[in-house]
Design a protein around this ligand. Sequence first.
Ligand code: FUB
Length: 340
Amino acid sequence: VEEKSEVPQTDQTNQVRKVETEPLVTKDFTADPSAHVFNDKIYIYPSHDFDSGVPEDDLGNHFNMKDYHVYSMDSAGGEVTDHGVVLDVDEVKWAARQMWAPDAAEKDGKYYLYFPAKDKDDIFRIGVAVADKPEGPFKPRPDYIKGSFSIDPAVFEDTDGEYYMYFGGIWGGQLQRWETGSFVDKDEYPADSVKAIEPRIAKLDKNMTSFSEEPKRIRILDEEGNDLLTGDNDRRFFEAAWVHKMDGTYYLSYSTGDTHKIVYATSDNPYGPFTYQGVILEPVLGWTNHHSIVKFNGKWYLFFHDSSLSKGKTYLRSIKMTELTFNEDGSIQTINAAVQ
Ligand code: FUB
């Protein structure tokens, strides 16, 4: 009797797409690209990596960035224009060091650059600087946003005109130090069997420079409706939150940190809860993985970084882009952009 062999069904939707990409900027090191379409152009707001000589440690002190540049492109994959330094740490009264991943938003013809930095007490806060043009220069507000903490602000404009800031990052980003509601000067992490530390959301006030509510936690659930656990390193939130909306669904994407992936979860509400869906970007060269997603001329693009230009130095990264493909059911095809 011939045994029937089980033929595995090839799930087209879960196939990994291998892409080859080049750094968008080669004159400087750039990371954490937050891309937006303003005035029919793509504007990119990245971190500006450089070698400050600070030795590598677990808290990421070697990511010792001190200013921001803005870049723009008239077409996807076209020439990249460097608009120069648009904000320097020395101009920001409350900030001392480590200008990490920024984001930008536009409202009523004004442009807002949101950025994390350590204050003079070595606590990460989130500041905002304002400009009349997307390419800056940006004038910082005298103080950080009241009630803000941790890193990686991502500001999402909803279709009803409300703006929300998603933020937070564990380990060097200090989110674990706010679990009690106020800052604790030592690192304690939940046990592996306990709910993972959650990213935060706060609605922005009409003035775009303050929160209109206390930051709230965002729940991320598995397929059975249970909160993702601390030990679920392949799926739980670490840093680099980003939100985009497609066909009424909110997509929260983020880095898993020590497992180096960009993954995503979906919800019908900007506050969640979000349900885990899958991997958008597999690990890239370098420890960190950080991205943004934007629609331009009818196509969706993923912006990300890797350490290819510096031949693997994790704190000297380069921004890149590639097209993002959605399946008919709204799921996202996984990308592999790994280089040796
Ligand atoms: O660039 C500094 C930090 O590295 C960012 O804030 C994190 O998201 C990670 O990419």
